[in-house]
Design a protein around this ligand. Structure first.
Ligand code: NOJ
Length: 547
């Protein structure tokens, strides 16, 4: 068995730079702010940082609309700041991956401006352009669209450009035109951007909506579907099966090609954002060998149910679909979805147990900033959202979204990091921060939790340290334990002569597990008791023992 790549053993902390720490008092987080907090992240035990984009951008989608892939947006800092960030991360023995939005650029990118200017400019074919069609339709506008494709956010993804008398395609929002990867010049330009950052020492990339990178070459209409809302494991929705707009065979091939480009620089992380079922995710990783993207998020787990049965079945699925030489990513929140505290009904005991699961199962844990202190969603009206997404749905009353379990206003999970109990939660000295700070900051903040040895923050620190010290948790296979009391999930992690059992009680009632062990390594709560030949777990308690 070849040695595992470093990115299969690591743990990831996601930063949304705009909200992490503001070093210059303008109300917006920045790269220098991240630099000031590197020791904090290291102290949590995370080994790799993924930062959402800070490249040049009009910020219409807060950096996911790039206008220059090899420069930094001034509100976040300078090229020197970015280079210092890479250097300082490496000095601490950690790694950093940047966010590559390869599928689309901003409509303000010079490439797109040139491309839309005429049908015969040098970049005319860099984006996906189609002439109007004359399909019979009761609505002339719809009849003119090149085909029936919906964007991922609902509604047609075709947008008319009068300069060319043609439509361009956007998988996400209208100001994010998709690049045309069937044009070799586009591929070359993007690979150059990738090489630029790898040459500067970046350890890899998180890849934005990688599964839409290719669309059907023949532009076939997508079939009808009864599905209204897209789900994490099935992106079809808005009454359309996304057959020709997602997960095309060329995209799997492209994953391998990108992998070989990054490997010119050694072992580099490629972490894909892909929506689709597990067979699809596996294709992005590589069919038999790990030769595609090194890691891919499996977003179905964002809709977790807080039961031992759910997490047992999740492990079984992960082990079945991503066995060695693959590795699952355990992720429960990010900048686009509810925070896990929100899903857990603000129950801190459950948040601790979830973190313990995430940091001890066989996989790469990926934690969104603020989860370590239990930050939660801040409900905001759609009308005043800065996030462009809810504006698309401004005519739909909010309760419909809540009823369908849909999440649209991503401002709610992007509020400033809560560092302490001072004004603006210590995030910024500005009069006004770019998004409001959650009103729970006087009690939910780093400084407050620092002093409490049982806080979520300190539990995550302790687990991060154990993960680093116990090779079995980073490197060992996972074996599920059978015959445990109802509500208790248990698994064994073994590496060389290091054998650990992790026991997690997903029930609110105490449970006793008869088991022989040599040492108790970690207790989640003071109510978890290591008895002579048994373990007593408090309600929502957990323990790691050496066997
Ligand atoms: C997925 C990103 O996570 C999200 O924040 C962004 O808006 C879209 N891709 C478009 O780039």
């Amino acid at each position: 068995m070849p040695p595992r790549p470093w990115y299969h053993k690591t743990s990831i902390y996601q930063i949304y730079p705009r909200s992490f720490y503001d070093s210059n008092g303008d109300g917006i987080g920045d790269i220098k702010g991240i630099l000031q907090k590197l020791d904090y992240i290291q102290g949590l035990g995370f080994e790799t940082i993924w930062s959402s984009p800070f490249f040049s951008s009009p910020q219409a989608d807060f950096g996911y609309d790039i206008s220059n892939y090899t420069d930094i947006a001034p509100e976040y800092g300078t090229m020197n700041d970015a280079l210092r960030l890479i250097e300082e991360v490496h000095k601490r023995g950690m790694r950093i991956v940047f966010d590559m939005v390869m599928n689309h650029t901003s409509d303000q990118h010079p490439w797109f401006k040139e491309s839309r200017s005429s049908q015969d400019n040098p970049k005319a074919d860099w984006y996906i352009w189609r002439p109007p069609s004359n399909s019979p339709h009761f609505c002339k506008k719809w009849g003119e669209r090149p085909n029936n494709w919906n964007s991922m956010t609902g509604g047609s993804g075709w947008h008319y450009a009068p300069e060319r008398g043609q439509y361009f395609w956007s998988s996400f929002l209208p100001f994010q035109p998709d690049l045309n990867y069937r044009n070799p010049e586009v591929k070359k330009a993007m690979f150059e951007a990738v090489r630029f950052w790898l040459g500067k020492g970046v350890d890899g990339f998180r890849l934005d909506i990688f599964n839409v990178i290719y669309k059907d070459a023949e532009f076939h209409d997508n079939p009808f579907s009864f599905k209204l809302a897209p789900t994490e494991d099935d992106p079809s929705g808005f009454f359309q099966e996304a057959k020709y707009t997602l997960n095309q065979p060329e995209s799997f091939e492209f994953a391998r090609e990108l992998r070989s480009v990054t490997e010119e620089f050694g072992e580099r992380m490629l972490l894909g954002e892909v929506s689709g079922n597990r067979q699809i995710i596996r294709k992005f990783l590589g069919d038999e060998v790990n030769n595609g993207l090194g890691l891919v998020f499996d977003f179905a787990m964002l809709d977790f149910k807080f039961t031992a049965d759910y997490f047992r079945a999740l492990i079984e699925e992960m082990e079945r679909h991503y066995p060695d030489p693959f590795m699952p990513v355990y992720v429960f929140s990010n900048h686009d979805k509810h925070r896990s505290m929100f899903r857990l009904g603000d129950d801190l005991r459950k948040a601790k147990l979830l973190a313990m699961f995430q940091l001890t199962a066989r996989g790469v844990p990926c934690m969104y900033y603020g989860e370590e202190i239990g930050m939660t969603d801040l409900k905001q009206p759609f009308g005043s959202a800065l996030d462009p997404l809810p504006h698309k749905f401004k005519l739909v009353p909010r309760f419909i979204f809540d009823l369908l379990g849909l999440f649209a206003n991503r401002d709610e999970v992007r509020t400033p990091m809560q560092w302490d109990g001072t004004r603006n939660a210590g995030f910024s000295s500005a009069e006004k921060t770019w998004l409001p700070v959650h009103e729970n900051y006087p009690s939910i903040n780093v400084q407050h939790e620092d002093g409490d040895k049982d806080s979520l923050l300190n539990i995550i620190r302790a687990l991060g340290k154990i993960r680093q010290e116990e090779g079995a948790l980073r490197d060992g296979p996972l074996e599920l334990m059978d015959g445990l009391p109802d509500g208790v999930l248990g698994y064994i992690r073994k590496f060389e002569d290091n054998k650990l059992a992790v026991l997690l009680n997903f029930d609110g009632q105490a449970r006793e597990v008869p088991i022989e062990y040599s040492e108790c390594v970690f207790k989640l709560s003071s109510g978890d008791v290591a008895k002579e030949k048994a373990i007593q777990l408090n309600g929502f308690g957990g323990m790691i023992i050496k066997l």
